[in-house]
Write a protein that binds this ligand. Structure first.
Ligand SMILES: Nc1ncnc2c1ncn2[C@@H]1O[C@H](COP(=O)(O)OP(=O)(O)O)[C@@H](O)[C@H]1O
Ligand SMILES: [Mg+2]
Length: 335
């Protein structure tokens, strides 16, 4: 059994806003093993990025996290700024959605690639440059020596994203968090970047948290999946379980909304309705206003987590209803 490298327990992240307190992440828990890829999936606004930024200690000043984020025997939420800076870009790296905003337009690719090596690895300038060139080669960038001297705007979107990946991998992190790393790219480049991430993961034995709203990406890279809805985890399982036996109506809705490009009659089948306003409290299950199967109980009480199998859990009252139905069908031993 591989070692657990990250353990998130009951993570809560709230924002103070003019309109009151907003709970973006509402007590989520998950763990990640060495070399494993965990996908966090859910609609835009459900708290995926805030979960990642909470782990990285990169939240805005009006935000606060509580709970535990155990990494390498430390609770990251308790670390001081400078302790966290030593971990970021070294043990844990993050790739952001839009490489143009994450790369600094005023510095060359070479400078930005060498910076983490100079800070965290104490390499000489010459050694850092060589390592930078090697990294660019590894992520499939042609003419790496020339690229080192160029600025971000001189590269295409796909190339910039490769550079971001090279920077993130510079110090061989134990954990890589990729937040929608292919969303801004066209489909062909997206496929290339996902292949690249898969290859690099094998080579570096990195654990990956891949954030996406795209079930196609999940199918491509995930070992395990957590499905988030309005700041909560509503289903978790191995990628096989999630795709073959999805339980939560929301997960089923997400799977149904995967575009089938082979079907000429294809129509997008999104889940009707929108995410709730995060500063308003909803009684019962937070999905019930959109759920086609909502029962009285769903309006009254928040569903408990049910372990369906060892590697599959769901938060939905339908699980209990189904179990009741099942027990009714069993011959009663009481009589
Ligand atoms: N700086 C902020 N101030 C207040 N609320 C915020 C802030 N950033 C994010 N949020 C809230 O957190 C929610 C989750 O955001 P986010 O994690 O970015 O969603 P996504 O799943 O699309 O990555 C948003 O819907 C928003 O209501
Ligand atoms: Mg996001």
């Amino acid at each position: 059994m591989e070692k657990t490298i990250l353990e998130v327990e009951d993570l809560v992240t709230t924002f103070k806003t003019a309109g009151g307190e907003v709970s973006a992440v509402r007590g989520i828990s998950f763990s990640l093993k060495k070399g494993e890829t965990l996908c966090i999936v859910g609609e835009s606004g459900c708290g995926k990025s805030i979960t990642a930024l909470s782990i990285m200690g990169l939240l805005a000043a009006n935000a606060k996290s509580r709970g535990n984020v155990h990494f390498n025997g430390k609770n990251l939420l308790e670390l001081k700024q400078d302790e966290m800076r030593k971990i970021r870009g070294n043990d844990i790296s993050m790739i952001f959605q839009e490489p143009m905003t994450a790369l600094n337009p005023t510095f060359t690719i070479g400078f930005q690639l060498c910076e983490p090596l100079l800070i965290h690895r104490n390499l000489s300038k010459k050694a850092a440059r060589q390592k930078g060139i090697d990294l660019l080669k590894q992520v499939g960038i042609p003419m790496p020596e020339k690229r080192m001297k160029q600025y971000p705007h001189e590269l295409s979107g796909g190339m910039r994203q490769r550079v971001m990946i090279a920077i993130a991998l510079a110090c061989s992190p134990k954990l890589l968090i990729a937040d929608e790393p292919t969303t801004a790219l066209d489909v062909t480049i997206q496929a290339q970047i996902l292949d690249l991430l898969n290859d690099l993961k094998e080579e570096f034995e990195t654990s990956v948290i891949m954030i996406t709203h795209d079930m196609g990406v999940v199918a491509e890279v995930a070992d395990r999946v957590i499905v988030m809805y309005a700041g909560e985890v509503i289903e978790e399982g191995s990628v096989e379980e999630l795709f073959n036996d999805p339980q939560h109506p929301y997960t089923r809705g997400l799977l149904a909304s995967v575009p089938n490009v082979d079907d000429p009659e294809f129509k997008l089948n999104p889940i009707p309705g929108t995410l709730p306003n995060l500063n308003e409290e909803i009684r019962g299950c937070r999905f019930h206003p959109r759920c086609p199967f909502a029962m009285e109980k769903c309006v009254q009480a928040s569903p408990v987590q049910t372990n369906r199998k060892q590697n599959h859990s769901v938060r939905c009252w339908l699980q209990e209803a189904e179990a009741d139905e099942y027990s009714k069908c069993q011959p009663s031993s009481a009589v």
